[in-house]
Design a protein around this ligand. Structure first.
Ligand code: ADP
Ligand code: MG
Length: 571
């Protein structure tokens, strides 16, 4: 078949323009991106081969090869991984299917006009446009690929200037190779000599050392001659990454930078994680885990296609996103779990029941929760950042993880009427409860202002009682799921009768109310008639001090905020 020429989709073209004429100070990252793609492709093949017995591929020597040709000034990154079909090449490489492209371009422009090269670089990885970064250093890129199990291969070529060509080829090896025709060396613009073995090793060491597949460096010259002038001798490849799994190395031997680099690879998030969590379980069931708490919500947190926790068995990746390992309310957690003793072709159905998986899941959840709790005590600023992003998600756990309820509550903090800035844990709230206060008071609402200005608040404010201000939609749900904390019931100040004061005071108030009820009986009856179906009942209240009236709901009525949330969910 002859080559067909296609135009890049508009967004892709804009993006490429920026790559081609980029001002990024650090162009080295292109190699990280291409190696990362190769590593992903090897992971995918490995997993597919485990799942599909019919797939006839050789997985005995999966590896990445970097071939540098100084004379031809080309650099090839090759893998014998999953490869791509022709449709995949056009779909994945020719277009940017991912949402958020417009946002990406906007941010990139901002970063560039602010000359913030660091921010711009980060965006490349973050928005999954890694492949295009090749055009920072190359004036032509050729990708040759054949998908495992398919007969025909595909060649894709582009100079990054608006169009690309695609052609079907018969003799492509399985996997993918990406060949870059390098731009001239320009050290002032940080376009280094990327055919230099020294430079390649430096970049791989810095960004890709943890990659578990061997990365082999092959240096060739245009004539393929060795020093003695003998023709055609294959150069000896050299493995240039240490291939040591970070999670298996002693903590004091791994730098934060190395951990962060792994995090970037796993999450495609450039921002450093807030927290790195290590678990080293020994005994009858051995496993290691390396988990990260991101600083910002992963783009896919609210959609499918998440990148969560990877499951390895004895250093071999067997599942890219093992949902069974972390409860959904911790779905923002990234990382790796490496177990010693699990079956390699364990299926999702079996996973759910596997007691080892359940054991790990329990331990992981506890460890994440205790880390969050500790973060609040020791690094309050970090905690505040974490809580702002992930608090609403984490609180979902109060609804469905009864076993960890206390641990979740210990990690939670809430806005309160005591201080506009400072949040409180339930523990702190209970510790400073007033003499005679029996309940933990809260009020839910759409915003802090709405809650604070609510007439329900008046009596509590006057009595100097602290009230939790709960403004996330999920708050309306969990307060019902958590009956009490340390023997204190949670009580909404907007539902039912306000019950302030001591028993004696309450008795007095009751008598007074009954008297008033008689006094105002006619007025109440009249009001009830006037309002008709709008209300269930009109009664006198002890909860107001300055407002003449307020609307309350029954203790088990759906609150207005929840009603709109349920409506939004189609209930
Ligand atoms: P990302 O890796 O974030 O998805 P990239 O721009 O780096 O974004 O790559 C786009 C897509 O192209 C990848 O998701 C993958 O499906 C495909 N791809 C890139 N390189 C390879 C490769 N070496 N082997 C197989 N597929 C690849
Ligand atoms: Mg990539």
């Amino acid at each position: 078949m002859t080559a067909e020429t296609f135009e890049f989709q508009v967004e892709a073209r804009q993006l490429l323009q920026m790559m081609v004429h980029s001002i990024y100070s650090n162009k080295d990252v292109f190699l990280r991106e291409l190696v990362s793609n190769a590593s992903d492709a090897l992971d995918k093949l490995r997993i597919e081969a485990l799942r599909d017995d019919a797939l006839d591929v050789d997985v005995s020597d999966l590896h990445i090869e970097i071939e540098a040709d100084k004379d031809a000034r080309t650099l090839t990154i090759r893998d014998n991984g999953i490869g791509m079909s022709r449709e995949e090449v056009v779909g994945l490489i020719g277009t940017i299917a991912k949402s958020g492209t417009a946002e990406f371009l906007q941010k990139l422009k901002e970063a560039q006009s602010a000359r913030d090269a660091g921010a711009a670089e980060g965006l490349i990885g973050q928005f999954g446009v890694g492949f295009y970064s090749a055009f920072m250093v190359a004036d032509e890129v050729t990708l040759l690929t054949r998908r495992a199990g398919e007969a025909a291969g595909t060649r894709w070529t582009s100079t990054g200037e608006g169009t690309y060509t695609v052609e079907t080829v018969d003799d492509a090896p399985q996997g993918t190779s990406v060949t870059l025709r390098l731009k001239p060396v320009d050290n002032d613009n940080r376009l280094f000599d990327y055919t230099s073995p020294w430079k390649i090793k430096e970049i791989v060491k810095r960004y890709s050392d943890f990659i578990t597949w061997p990365i082999r460096l092959v240096t060739a010259t245009g004539e393929k001659k060795d020093e003695d002038g003998k023709d055609g001798e294959e150069p000896e490849p050299e493995t240039i990454n240490s291939r040591q799994a970070l999670w298996a190395r002693p903590r004091n031997e791994v730098s934060d930078e190395e951990y962060h680099e792994l995090y970037r690879h796993l999450s495609h998030d450039w921002t450093d994680p807030l927290e790195t969590i290590r678990i080293h379980a020994e005994g009858t069931f051995e496993y290691q885990a390396l988990l990260f708490l991101p600083a910002q919500p992963p783009r896919e947190m609210f959609s499918s296609g998440r990148r969560g926790v990877q499951l390895y068995v004895k250093r071999v990746l067997i599942m890219e996103d093992c949902e069974e390992l972390v409860p959904t309310y911790l779905r923002f957690v990234k990382g790796v779990v490496d177990a010693q003793d699990l079956s390699l072709n364990i299926s999702r159905e079996i996973l759910q029941q596997d007691r080892h998986i359940q054991m790990m899941r329990r331990r992981l959840a506890k460890k994440v929760l205790s880390t969050v709790k500790e973060m609040r005590a020791k690094q309050p600023e970090k905690y505040t950042a974490f809580w702002r992003e992930f608090g609403p998600v984490l609180k979902e756990g109060l609804l469905n993880d009864a076993e960890n309820r206390d641990a979740i509550l210990a990690a939670c903090s809430f806005a309160t009427t005591r201080d506009a800035e400072e949040t409180a844990t339930l523990q702190e709230y209970v510790e400073r409860m007033k003499e005679g206060q029996e309940h933990i008071y809260y009020m839910t609402g759409p915003s802090r202002a709405a809650v604070e200005n609510s007439p329900h608040m008046e009596a509590y404010r006057d009595k100097g009682l602290e009230v939790l201000v709960l403004t996330d939609p999920v708050d309306e749900l969990w307060v019902d799921a958590v009956p009490e904390f340390q023997g204190k019931k949670l009580r909404s100040i907007a539902k039912g009768e306000a019950d302030l004061g001591t028993d004696e005071e309450k008795e007095e108030a009751k008598a007074e109310r009954e008297q008033k009820q008689q006094e105002y009986g006619e007025l109440l009856a009249w009001l009830g008639e006037q309002l008709g179906d709008e209300v269930k009942e009109v009664r006198l209240s002890s909860r107001l001090t300055t407002s003449p009236a307020c609307v309350v709901s029954d203790s088990d009525d759906v609150t207005p905020g929840l009603r709109s949330m349920l409506r939004a969910m189609g209930q």
